[in-house]
Write a protein that binds this ligand. Structure first.
Ligand code: OSB
Ligand code: MG
Length: 370
């Protein structure tokens, strides 16, 4: 396929309710959508999952725009690409900026699947026709409110509850949830809010039978996590620390992690995500798919990836209605009894809804091959 045209849209959407993590609160969501067109008139879509501010990792929507416009798009525009795995090879001379790279690569994966008349799930080697879904719940200052929020999602059928924790909102909060929901699969995500000095406090969490604790220590650490895991019975799952297959190998070899949260953007795209999946499967490390509060386009990519066999735990890709009044895809993503049914339409399987996309577009940029 020859890459003929790329369009980038700066988007602004507002979430139905604020979402608080240990590093900040989200409500407005500024992000990029990228559309790629080939020589046969096919189109593919990708989403940049970088946030407005560099608080999850170092990337932002604006740094992604800079990378795309000045470096990444010139490397693919006008090029003939046989398979999406070639895209990351075109980018090897450029360091990091994984979310920016993933934006183009994801769109090309969608394009490739459509051009070859198959679903993205199938193109990736996935076989499931439905996936289990969990939910990630932000920090609530009021525990009674949090319990009611958890109850709502448990009643909706979500297969696993994840709650955000931070110093001051941790052991007490988890104890309260466990008291109310003794059997629900439960985990906690600290988004790097602790250090090794907190080992005694983190050890108290062992009592609550959590399926895992996600990224307790520094966002760039794999050394201290190995030390911490020796003290904890609760399995550690790394999120922020894992940017590649190499990071995965080192973390697994060191014993820093027993489970990996794969986020497509954080690892630079679906090709690398699949490599991490395959490595983990070989080494009996279960994985699951994290979320970045994406619009339907990004979520559709997550859903396709989750059809691979070593996605053992439910992911964070909840229903469209959990985040948005109106999502940018049709049909919207729905969760029934804790499952999402994999769409059968080619590519990502959901149609971009141009009217809604138009409504949320702040600026549009076009790049064409000569
Ligand atoms: O650490 O997984 C995370 C949201 C924003 C930033 C980081 C994270 C999250 C989530 C929510 O946990 C995932 C989602 O619902 O998309
Ligand atoms: Mg996380």
């Amino acid at each position: 396929m020859i890459i003929k045209e790329i369009n980038i849209r700066k988007m602004k959407m507002t979430m139905k309710s604020p979402f608080t993590t240990s590093f900040g609160t989200f409500q407005d969501k500024d992000f990029l959508l990228l559309e790629v067109k080939d020589d046969l008139g096919n189109t593919g879509w990708g989403e940049s999952v970088a946030f407005h501010s560099p608080w999850y990792n170092e990337e932002t929507m604006e740094t992604n725009l800079h990378m795309l416009r000045d470096f990444l798009i010139p490397l693919v525009l006008g090029k003939k690409i046989g398979h999406p795995d070639e895209v990351s090879e075109l980018f090897t001379a450029l360091r990091k900026n994984n979310m920016a790279k993933s934006t183009v690569e994801g769109a090309i994966w969608d394009l490739y699947s459509k051009r070859n008349k198959m679903t993205l799930a199938k193109a990736l080697g996935g076989e499931r026709d439905k996936i289990e879904v969990g939910i990630s719940i932000g920090i609530h200052e009021n525990v009674a409110d949090l319990i009611e929020t958890v109850r709502g999602f448990v009643d909706e059928g979500y297969k696993r509850i994840k709650v955000k924790i931070k110093p001051g909102n941790d052991v007490g909060v988890i104890r309260e949830i466990r008291k109310n929901f003794p059997d629900v699969p439960l985990m906690a995500d600290a988004n790097s809010a602790y250090t090794l000095e907190d080992v005694e406090l983190l050890k108290e969490l062992d009592e609550f039978n959590l399926t895992m604790i996600e990224q307790p220590l520094a966002s760039d650490d794999i050394i201290d996590h190995a030390a911490l895991q020796k003290y904890l019975e609760t399995p550690i799952c790394l999120d922020e620390s894992i940017h590649s297959l190499e990071d995965t190998r080192k973390a697994v070899e060191l014993g820093s992690t027993k489970i990996i949260n794969i986020k497509i953007g954080r690892v630079g795209g679906l090709t690398e995500a699949k490599k991490i999946h395959d490595y983990c499967m070989e080494h009996q490390i279960p994985v699951w798919c994290g979320g970045m509060l994406e619009s339907g386009i990004g979520r559709a990519h997550n859903i396709a990836l989750t059809t691979l066999p070593n996605f053992i735990f439910p992911g964070d890709t909840a229903a469209s209605s959990r985040y948005w009044e109106e999502d940018v895809i049709s049909p919207e993503i729905i969760v029934v009894d804790g499952y999402i049914t994999i769409p059968t339409a080619y590519g990502i399987g959901y149609e971009p809804k141009m009217k809604a996309i138009g409504k949320y577009t702040v600026e549009k940029m076009q790049f064409k091959a000569e």
